[in-house]
Design a protein around this ligand. Structure first.
Ligand code: MG
Length: 371
């Protein structure tokens, strides 16, 4: 095994921090190294949705180093789609040589080949590679990514702050802790929904959005809950029913006023036209779409279908969240708070001030290692 192979295997197996990516300086433009590893992110609060409950999350971190410049990327594999961190890191290590020998200035070809080689079901791995390549391009051109994409950072929407499912007492505490955010996103989808919303409302009257994460399986229940939520100052409802229940969701949408967004129901660009039958908008996530390039395609496809677009995220470090924030001037709503749930974020990037996303002006993602 040569040194490079050793690094790849070590990278895939170890839990890495940004400092662990430090490499000797490389003078030749031709020298390129791709490394993937896992980062364990400790959560500030136990995070509960209808799908899972956890104290930490592992994400895949990628370093794309070429000509002495390092681009960084991150992907958060989504268990709902049967993606897992260790497998994602291994999948990247397996295609590292192909990415290393590709031309980053022909990034569409490079990324298309990477996607094909990663195969089905590696969207988070693809996102990590894609973000790292774009970070490198931005650094090489000395431009922040929003500028590379022709976007105005002043158009970045306000992000909401998410409140996971918990006891009424903890829900009230989390709501109080989120006082700087003008909008909240509340996870629902269980029998305790009314109790959860009442707990939030006992603390604040600010607008809220809800995400049922496919939790309501009966359409009459969904209609009753959505109409009640409208009376509680809710702006829109995300994924009220299971993704496969398109016909039932279409029926529900005809009986309610609140806009309905597809998250779990939208996992591929080609689904978007069909989703217009039952949904008013889609939730785009880099981890789900497979990175920046594909997310832009989703956003533009949804726009072409006259749908609203929200930009969401998984629990991630500031690497992935900052990448999404650079695209946020393209969307109507932002739900980019996944880094704020993390106690040991290795990066500093996008900042949030009273809910407003403040994009870093440094080149590429504009990330700094957290001190
Ligand atoms: Mg969601």
């Amino acid at each position: 095994m040569n040194r490079r192979d050793c690094l790849k295997v070590a990278g895939a197996a170890a839990v890495l921090s940004p400092g662990a990516f430090a490499m000797p300086s490389q003078s030749s433009l031709e020298v390129c190294t791709v490394r993937a590893g896992l980062k364990r992110l400790a959560l500030r609060h136990t995070w509960t949705t209808t799908m899972s409950s956890s104290e930490y999350r592992d994400t895949v971190q990628v370093e794309y180093r070429r000509g002495g410049i390092s681009g960084y990327g991150e992907g958060a594999p989504i268990v709902r789609y049967k993606e897992f961190p260790a497998a994602a890191a291994q999948a990247i290590a397996a295609i590292a040589n192909e990415v290393e020998t590709g031309d980053p200035w022909k990034y569409r070809k490079l990324l298309a080949r990477a996607k094909q080689s990663l195969g089905e079901g590696q969207h988070a791995a693809m996102a990590a590679v894609d973000i790292a390549v774009f970070d490198w391009l931005g650094k090489k051109l000395d431009l922040p990514l929003y500028r590379l994409f022709g976007l105005d950072p002043a158009d970045a929407p306000v992000t909401d702050f998410s409140i996971g499912i918990d006891t009424p007492e903890i829900t009230r505490q989390k709501t109080r802790e989120a006082e700087d955010f003008p909008i909240l996103k509340v996870k629902v989808g269980l029998k305790s929904d009314e109790e959860t919303i009442a707990a939030v409302r006992s603390v604040t009257n600010k607008p809220i959005r809800v995400d049922a994460n496919e939790g309501w399986t009966d359409k009459e229940e969904a209609i009753r809950k959505i109409n009640w939520l409208e009376s509680q100052g809710v702006e829109y409802v995300e994924q009220p029913m299971p993704a496969h229940m398109l016909e039932e969701t279409r029926y529900v949408r005809g009986k309610v006023h609140l806009p309905i967004f597809a998250d779990e129901a939208c996992t591929d660009l080609t689904m978007i036209p069909k989703l217009t039958e039952a949904y008013d908008g889609i939730n785009v996530k880099l981890d789900k779409a497979g990175g920046i390039l594909e997310s832009i395609r989703w956003i533009e496809a949804a726009r072409a279908m006259k749908m609203k677009v929200m930009l969401g995220c998984m629990v991630s470090s500031s690497c992935s969240i900052t990448a999404a924030a650079h695209l946020s001037p393209l969307v109507d709503y932002a739900d980019l708070d996944g880094n704020l749930l993390v106690a040991n974020d290795p990066w500093r990037g996008v900042r949030v001030e009273k809910g407003r996303l403040l994009l870093p002006s440094g080149s590429g993602l504009g990330l700094m290692i957290a001190s």
